[in-house]
Design a protein around this ligand. Structure first.
Ligand SMILES: Cc1cc2nc3c(=O)[nH]c(=O)nc-3n(C[C@H](O)[C@H](O)[C@H](O)COP(=O)(O)OP(=O)(O)OC[C@H]3O[C@@H](n4cnc5c(N)ncnc54)[C@H](O)[C@@H]3O)c2cc1C
Length: 569
């Protein structure tokens, strides 16, 4: 099997991956490679809309302490507080760095960088570029990347496994979708920046490519996955497509209304109203719908409304142009004149590959950053605008650390035996036949139905057990999937089976973790255990791969500044 060699391999070309690659390439002279299963600018990060949180105006009343407190309270006290402290101090530096690299941040009339309110933040803290923040950030990082001739790119190249020898990283196996070639990429250091896995849900804000491949690969390679039971539902997924109506729509002053025309958040979070944290707003919406104050929607997607009319045409056009365009093009609704139908949509995994505060995993030479990682910044519920900031901060930290490690390591670890590589090639290409009886698309849809119906905003032990049994059945049916396309070039038929395989493993981790966690905290809300239980559950879940399903272990949350108190808004 042919192989390529690089010092640092960055797996993923989203915000975390690009920021990591720039940092690793800068000053080090190392040979850095970025691998992505899509074209670089098609990573989900381009979809980020509303903003990136950072303390930019300490002279006007914001502070690191306040950002840290908001994040920790928003995360229902499961955040590691040393991690939060580092995050709030580093985020403003990243905003200014992007500014120097040419990003078109939206501005205030006095020329300073503008900031808008966001859910759970007690200060207008989200830096933004209209409602296309992620796109502007990605474009700026992509431009900057052009300065580094020591960075190579593998676009449209699917990584299928991470190889480890003697507890040390040695390389990844890659399938070039454009040529069909299967090969090995040897490296000294790896940064996993493969993003989220929300596509196991049917109603989601995520791109089709968000299938958690990196998490599943890391899990199979023996790395623990942390806190995956904490799934975030964003309160304003457009019905019926699930496309995100950014939180900035509420940040800019949008109202949430029930079928009586009431601003119902008054009952649930009187001080924060529509800009309460997402877990609270999502639960409030579902409660309104369940109690008969929603609007009937297609396929059971009953909804509430977000009303922007009072903001006026000028503000909508300046601050939320893409939201207007999406509402017009997908729903034939112009938000200047009509409210938009929305309901909670699966949006983010607080969990991911377990790392320490430096983004390092338990395997020498492997780091993880961005949404694929769980450095324990977000605890049980992420605040809006903290994720893009996290990608930048830990992109930089992991890029820097991986480069230092690779610089010190004189040789690239030798590749594994040819037989090991051939075995992985067979796992990818020979597991499925054109004679199978099952369809990967049907399995994926069934998985999505289970997750939507049993693993939603509210959970019960009974529903989770049903989900676990059904996921087990789907896993058993997977080997009999039919793959009609026998070629290797752009075989999207096969790709979708590999993705479903990954989603099933991750769904099993989520449900197993959620079933064990007999409390409610942040995004994990059990009807049969409605209270937070700090005595028994102020701890992170670690899931380890075994052939029979995940084995769970726990580690304490790091509390350095604030003891948990009741969470009220
Ligand atoms: C619609 C939407 C709006 C959002 N708005 C905001 C916002 O306003 N503010 C905020 O802070 N956060 C927001 N978020 C969340 C935030 O955008 C994401 O958490 C963040 O951008 C994730 O970046 P990432 O670099 O970790 O991963 P991604 O950008 O998802 O990139 C993942 C990369 O991994 C690659 N990859 C995955 N699997 C493989 C494989 N097997 N082989 C090779 N490559 C692979 C992909 O090709 C891709 O390049 C939003 C999310 C969505 C969906």
């Amino acid at each position: 099997m042919t192989s390529q060699k690089h010092d640092v391999i960055v797996l993923g070309s989203g915000l975390a991956g690009l920021r990591a690659a720039i940092e690793a390439a800068h000053n080090s002279g190392l040979d850095v490679a970025i691998v992505s299963k899509v074209q670089l600018m098609r990573s989900h990060s381009v979809c980020a809309e509303g903003g990136t949180a950072a303390v930019m105006q300490p002279d006007e009343g914001d502070s690191f302490e306040l950002h840290a407190w908001d994040t920790i309270r928003g995360g229902d006290f499961l955040c590691d507080q040393d991690v939060v402290k580092r995050f709030v101090a580093e985020a403003p530096k990243e905003i200014l760095l992007l500014e120097h690299w040419g990003i078109p941040w939206s501005r205030r009339p006095d020329g300073r960088i503008a900031q808008r309110p966001f859910g759970g933040h007690s200060y207008d803290r989200a830096v933004f570029a209209a409602d296309r923040t992620g796109f502007a950030e990605m474009q700026t990082l992509y431009d900057t990347l052009q300065k580094y001739p020591n960075v190579s790119r593998y676009d449209e190249c699917y990584i299928s496994s991470i190889l480890i020898k003697d507890n040390t990283f040695c390389g990844v196996t890659a399938w070039d979708l454009t040529s069909g070639q299967f090969f090995f990429i040897q490296g000294k250091a790896l940064i996993i920046a493969t993003g989220g896995a929300c596509r196991m849900f049917g109603f989601t804000t995520y791109s089709l490519t968000a299938t958690g491949d990196g998490l599943a690969m890391a899990y199979r390679a023996g790395l623990p996955i942390k806190d995956l039971e904490f799934v975030q539902f964003h309160p304003t997924g457009l019905v019926p497509s699930g496309i995100l109506i950014t939180e900035a729509a509420r940040g800019e002053g949008g109202y949430l209304l029930n079928n009586k025309g009431e601003r119902f958040m008054e009952k649930y979070a009187p001080s924060k109203m529509e800009v309460a944290p997402r877990d609270i707003v999502s639960r409030s919406e579902i409660t309104e719908i369940e109690e008969g104050r929603g609007f009937p929607g297609p396929d059971g997607l009953d909804y509430v409304q977000i009303d922007l009319r009072h903001l006026g045409a000028a503000k909508i056009n300046e601050r939320l142009p893409m939201i207007r365009e999406v509402a017009i093009k997908f729903n034939f609704i112009d938000p200047i004149y009509e409210p938009i139908p929305v309901r909670p949509a699966a949006h983010y995994f607080m969990g991911g590959v377990h790392t320490d505060i430096d983004g390092a995993t338990s395997i020498k030479g492997i780091w993880a950053a961005g949404e694929a990682a769980c450095v324990s910044l977000h605890g049980a519920n992420r605040l809006g605008a903290n994720s893009t900031a996290e990608c930048l901060v830990w992109g930089k930290i992991t890029g820097d650390n991986a480069a230092k490690y690779a610089s010190k390591k004189e040789t690239i670890p030798p590749p594994p035996k040819e037989a090991t590589l051939k075995e992985e090639e067979a796992r990818v290409f020979n597991r499925f036949s054109p004679n199978g009886k099952e369809s990967a698309y049907v399995l994926r849809r069934e998985l999505q139905r289970i997750m939507d119906s049993q693993v939603g905003v509210f959970l019960t032990g009974t529903g989770l057990k049903i989900a676990l049994d059904r996921i087990g059945e789907l896993k058993q049916r997977l080997p009999d999937v039919k793959v009609k396309d026998c070629g290797r070039i752009y075989n999207t038929d096969l790709l979708s089976v590999l993705e479903v395989d990954n989603l099933l493993d991750l769904a099993e981790i989520i449900v197993t973790g959620a079933l064990s966690r007999t409390e409610s905290r942040g995004g994990h809300s059990r009807r049969d255990f409605p209270n937070r239980d700090d005595v028994n559950w102020l701890k992170h879940t670690l899931a380890y791969y075994t052939p029979k399903g995940p084995r769970l272990d726990y580690i304490p949350a790091t509390i350095t500044m604030w003891q948990p108190v009741e969470r009220k808004y």
